[in-house]
Design a protein around this ligand. Sequence first.
Ligand code: ZN
Ligand code: ZN
Length: 239
Amino acid sequence: MSRELQKEQYVCLVCGFNMVGYHPEKCPFCGASKKEFITSEECSARFAVQGFTVNEKVTRLNSVPSLGLEHSAYRIKTTKNTYWIDCPSSFDTRLEPMDIITFTHHHFLGASNQYREHFSSQVCIHKLDSDHAICQAFTFDKTFQDNFTEDGIEAFPIDGHTPGFTFYIFDDILFVCDYVFIKDGKMLYNPFGPEKETREGGAKLKGIIRNRDIKIVCGYNYVVDYVEWQKKFDKLCVW
Ligand SMILES: [Zn+2]
Ligand SMILES: [Zn+2]
């Protein structure tokens, strides 16, 4: 395979999934047909990634205009390094460099392969999620299986929505991605995963966060006050 072919990359306009090194008939993530794909170059020309302040250390990153089922990624600046939690679907080289991209799960890998190469960053994900077929074209520099803390960022694998789903806490912020949806003012578990395991993971999440001083929750399409989020979560997650 030539170098050019190896760099072939398409982005699904329906879900934002990046297809690296091949041009399938259907999106492996959402099933949309090939006519919904654009090349990665076209994607970078049409979409920018913009930062929105959460607090002085944390920034929400989104494609602008929104790209398909747009999801938020988050940048955390610790005293030592710049981290991303999850990764935007569009590749924008104007962003500040990041040292580490760490994932909540394998649904929002975005253009992480391109960011990794361009910024020489390290990409991390739970081992069980790294094994999924959809990840095979992506490089992970580090996989983990247990809780860990790095530069003040705490990672908690809870299984459920995906086998390696991991939520994070940094300072007083909870990063929970798409484990739960907030729809019409109500919260529900993400239905795209095994129901029983998702509920069990929710109980683990509840147990871990109940004695923590959390103020803000960063989700895949929202940033909300913890008190407001917790009220809804408590109704969803009855022991
Ligand atoms: Zn798709
Ligand atoms: Zn997901």
